[in-house]
Ligand binder design. Structure first.
Ligand SMILES: Cc1cc2nc3c(=O)[nH]c(=O)nc-3n(C[C@H](O)[C@H](O)[C@H](O)COP(=O)(O)OP(=O)(O)OC[C@H]3O[C@@H](n4cnc5c(N)ncnc54)[C@H](O)[C@@H]3O)c2cc1C
Length: 416
């Protein structure tokens, strides 16, 4: 057994770990990142790449329980609950249902609305500081609806976004055609958000941020953390191979795999995974101008530097069930009917684990065992979007400064 001492340890090299490392380095801390697999190969590698700052509406929303049964009836639809995992999901679904009641829902919208402007400004500041500005593109976002009735049903959500300061415009077929030629005729109702941002490719972006941290003195240790323990002036991290690291600050950014370690610290995290699927088609599969959200079908199509990514959906199937790539195929088939000239050959399928809390808010804050252990996980659908804000808050908490934002809504203690 060997034991070494470092200033700050970050567990996990996904976008949350990489951003936490960046902000700790900005504070002059020395950082060791511990990753059990390949760098940045978790959820952060294959997401849609969208910096979805206007997305303040949680999935736990009033009326959700009316929509869910319809979606669940289609085994390859936007939401699925494999029977073999259904019982495990009951406590999480119960909490999700409670979070969808109006007062809780409005509180969550408010919490996201307060974080998003900071998430945006911190992201833009970080990409400037790290020389990654060219990886962030303002393509604008086109939200598409199957019918006027369906767009009207979303009117309250859009109103809430407008109230939070996000600008957008309602568009009809003519504008849709000029924003994105080649869509099937059924799309006659949409919303265009000109400020919509995305990264060129989420894996390349996370790896570039990680490499930047390494070039500024961070180091990497490959190994699986099995436990964190508080010690007098910090915390001790124990790896499966017997190595031990002591640090003044330990950040847990293990994405969907964070729960066991949290439980070992005496905290309760009702963390589950919303598995998502996609297919990345080769460059040239379609002349795509910008992100397209197919709102009535739960998937998006994004133009990336590595190809055209078609994906989304939610499968509540835990961490161990084998992927069901029929989901990727079903979304691709729909995308082909929505974009008839889409070339669907030669795609690469992927499934990833969104780390999801039932109240649709991440956990960011000190553990109840010691302020030296800082939690940063559970970002669900918004991990890339909220990563810079999270990194900033992690560094504030580690430095015992007043956080840039009220962190009470993100506290682990809300699940006591
Ligand atoms: C289909 C899909 C589309 C998405 N689209 C978007 C989008 O457009 N915009 C957006 O903002 N978000 C999106 N998301 C969500 C986003 O991808 C996640 O919220 C985000 O990647 C989570 O980042 P993370 O760093 O917490 O987790 P991860 O990227 O999963 O990283 C966690 C890392 O921790 C490591 N780890 C875990 N446990 C240990 C341990 N014990 N010891 C050592 N290492 C450990 C893992 O190996 C992994 O590398 C999408 C997700 C999916 C699945």
């Amino acid at each position: 057994m060997n034991s070494s001492s470092v200033d700050a340890v970050v567990i996990g090299s996904g976008i949350i770990g990489a951003m936490s490392a960046h902000y700790l380095l900005e504070d002059g801390r020395s950082v060791l990142i511990i990753e059990r697999g390949e760098v940045a190969r978790g959820a952060s590698s294959g997401n849609a790449g969208i910096l979805a700052f206007p997305e303040i509406i949680p999935i736990a929303a009033p009326g959700m329980m009316w929509k869910a049964p319809k979606w669940l009836l289609d085994p390859l639809g936007p939401l699925s609950l494999p029977p073999s995992y259904a019982l495990n999901m009951v406590p999480w679904l119960w909490r999700l249902w409670r979070a969808s009641a109006r007062p809780a829902y409005e509180r969550t919208v408010g919490v996201h609305a307060r974080m998003m402007p900071m998430a945006r400004s911190e992201m833009l500041r970080t990409v400037e500081r790290t020389g990654l500005r060219a990886m962030v593109k303002q393509t604008g976002t086109l939200d598409l609806y199957d019918s006027e009735a369906s767009l009207n049903a979303a009117a309250d959500d859009w109103q809430a976004k407008r109230k939070a300061g996000f600008e957008f415009q309602r568009v009809g077929r003519g504008e849709i055609d000029s924003l994105q030629p080649g869509l099937a005729p059924q799309f006659r109702h949409g919303i265009f958000t000109p400020s919509g941002l995305q990264v060129s490719d989420p894996l390349e972006f996370t790896q570039a941020l990680f490499s930047n941290a390494m070039s500024r003195g961070a180091s990497l240790r490959i190994g699986e953390v099995i436990r964190i323990e508080p010690v007098n002036d910090g915390a001790r991290v124990i790896l499966a191979d017997g190595a031990i690291f002591e640090a003044k600050t330990v950040v847990l950014a293990g994405g969907a795999w964070s729960k066991k370690i949290v439980t070992g610290l005496g905290d309760h995290a009702p963390l589950e995974t919303e598995r998502g699927y996609n297919t990345t088609l080769p460059q040239g599969a379609f002349p795509l101008h910008r992100q397209l959200y197919f709102n009535d079908h739960g998937f998006v199509v994004t133009p990336l530097s590595t190809g055209i990514r078609v994906g989304g959906a939610v499968e509540l199937g835990g961490l161990k069930l084998a992927p069901n790539y029929k989901r990727s195929e079903a979304m691709l088939k729909k995308a082909k009917s929505f974009l008839p000239d889409l070339k669907t050959e030669g795609g690469r399928q992927w499934m990833g684990f969104r780390p999801s809390m039932p109240d649709c808010l991440p956990v960011i804050g000190p553990s109840s065992a010691t302020p030296a252990i800082v939690y940063a996980f559970g970002h669900g659908h918004l991990g890339l979007t909220q990563s810079a804000a999270t990194g900033r808050l992690v560094a504030d908490i580690a430095a015992r400064r007043k956080p840039a934002l009220d962190i009470e809504p993100y506290s682990i203690s809300r699940f006591r």
